[in-house]
Design a protein around this ligand. Structure first.
Ligand SMILES: O=C(O)CCC(=O)C(=O)O
Length: 304
């Protein structure tokens, strides 16, 4: 199944460039929504079947599951603050599951990365002639997984540089604030680079000399934050410099399962960043400043 993207409107393109984020309504057909569901079902099945998710070390060349609920509990036991909505005592029922690099062995994610209309949409938003696929993550907050995703920028986690790099986030079920809605600080793609954080809290991930973001969760009214309520088929696209985060899932009946696929346009190049985690894929043949084209970051648009 390979399908052309719908033509984005000039308003959608302008919004993305001005705000650093845009919600593309009805961007994926029902057939593609079925592929998103297949991806997150596969992630939950693998999580349930693995006995050692919390302690398993990432393996190069394979996807990696992270037990974020357990990470939150461990950080709390060490005195570090974890951000939660609702019940402060922890994730009440479901788990917060993160999957990195699913493109390496999840057929549904490979399908979305290489054949879906997302690459062509990226070309329209960037105004690029060529688009590379970079990297993916899945974020699953099962009912009662009330841990927030702390506000952060993506670029400190990515070994790339340039203006044309974006995340395409899409969910398998409707998502609103109560079950883990995504929030974005409009215009923050013009902010300086800040330190990556541990995701479930504001604590920086390592010390790389980068400033930490202000306490946005504690002062949301001071920022121009847009939260989107989304339906399956909607795709939120954010510039990798835009500050974003999400609410915890305080619903005990609605799940919240999303795939986030990262694409880059023709101005992007390789930049090895000390702050980026080891799991971000690196191509051994590429040096700083090189264009991305490689088996690690394949060109997905135009289709060959
Ligand atoms: O789904 C979430 O909670 C976080 C998503 C995110 O940070 C991203 O897609 O870059």
């Amino acid at each position: 199944m390979s399908e052309r993207a719908r033509a984005l409107t000039s308003e959608e393109i302008e919004t993305y460039r001005r705000d650093g984020v845009v919600c593309l309504r009805d961007a994926l057909s029902d057939d593609w929504v079925a592929v998103v569901k297949e991806a997150v079902n596969d992630a939950e099945r693998r999580y349930t079947e693995s006995s050692d998710v919390a302690s398993a070390e990432p393996t190069l060349g394979a996807s990696h599951l992270h037990a974020m609920s357990q990470l939150g509990e461990m950080l709390e036991s060490m005195g570090s603050k974890v951000l939660r909505d609702g019940d402060a005592s922890g994730d009440t029922e479901g788990q917060f599951i993160l999957v990195n690099n699913a493109v390496l062995d999840f057929p549904a994610v490979q399908h979305l990365a290489f054949e879906s209309p997302l690459g062509e949409m990226a070309a329209q938003l960037f105004g690029a002639d060529k688009v590379n696929f970079l990297f993916d993550q899945m974020f699953i907050k099962q009912p009662g997984a009330n841990t927030r995703t702390a506000f952060h920028q993506d670029w400190g986690y990515f070994h790339v540089d340039g203006e044309q790099v974006a995340s395409f986030w899409t969910a398998a079920e409707p998502v609103a604030t109560a079950n883990g809605g995504m929030g974005y600080v409009r215009g923050s793609h013009r902010w300086d680079l800040h330190s990556p954080n541990v995701f479930v809290g504001q604590a920086p991930m390592g010390d790389h000399g980068l400033p930490t973001l202000p306490d946005i969760e504690g002062h949301e009214d001071d920022y121009d934050i847009v939260y989107f309520d989304v339906e399956p088929g909607d795709v939120i696209v954010h510039d990798y410099r835009t500050v974003h985060g999400s609410r915890g899932n305080t619903s005990l009946s609605s799940t919240r399962r999303a795939v986030s696929l990262r694409f880059a346009g023709d101005d992007a190049s390789v930049l090895h960043r000390p702050s980026a985690p080891a799991e971000f894929p690196v191509d051994p043949n590429l040096r700083d400043g090189d264009p991305l084209d490689s088996t690690t970051y394949p060109v997905v648009w135009p289709r060959s």
